[in-house]
Design a protein around this ligand. Sequence first.
Ligand code: ZN
Length: 305
Amino acid sequence: MSFATQVKQSLCRINLKKDCCRRALLYGILLFAVDFDENRIRFITESDASSELTMKLLYDLYRIEGNLYVTEKKQTDEFGEVQKSHKITVSARADVKKLLFKLGYENGMNPGINRSLFTCENCRVSFLRGAFLSAGLITDPEHSYHLEIPVREDRIAQELIEMLEEAEVSAKLGSRKGQRMVYIKSSEQIETFLGYIGASEAFFEIMNQRIVKDALNNANRIRNCDTANLSKTVSASKTHTDAINELIKTGRLELLPPELKETALLRLEYPELSIKDFGLMFEPPISKSGVNHRLKKIMDFAQTK
Ligand SMILES: [Zn+2]
């Protein structure tokens, strides 16, 4: 599963209680889908969770049954898994008309991003999450930092950039092969965006990798410092954070006793600290051997599958 698909799968697990937010989420998915006009509405994704969620929202909110086609791609991904393409189409005239009407796109009217659909504080968060689920691309942070959302119209692109600015994310308008897109380049901005739309697991993963990368760069720069010790701290820290992220991803973090869970989450917050300094972050502080003992238990637990 690609990094982008992983992020999307985790976003689909977020449970929305309010109908206004669920509508805003579906609106984000549909507005940034491949087709969104009076002829048809068509959404294509590699993520089975996104496809399931979209089908469910269409039915729950508007009693519309989308047509779902799943095809297997010829190429496998980097882990040898078969990739699938899920294509959801709404093409029955009455259904398309009903959806466009409900979303404020009546008789050729084009409200850009129709903000009148956002009724509570969280609606815009859901909408941006939907936009990312629909069309968002993100590179694996281990290789580079780049996030983009392809957009069909300039007006929507501009309004998307404005909405992102309001969320303190600075994005730019670009194009590739004639396709317009809104993109975010810096790691901090990508983190802010992912945090905003609720992709905190992915957010932590990016953050840890950046901290480890920075620490390794520093270790190379500082010649008079004890670089060997720092590298040791960094590699131990990377082992910890990898294991903890894996526990979060598989939902096993919840199985840990409270004090180990607290230690794991705190370690993600302070991966760069030595064991001794990390111990001081607890309330009350705990000793180096106490910290080592807890981390060892977490690592042992992570290894038993
Ligand atoms: Zn809402």
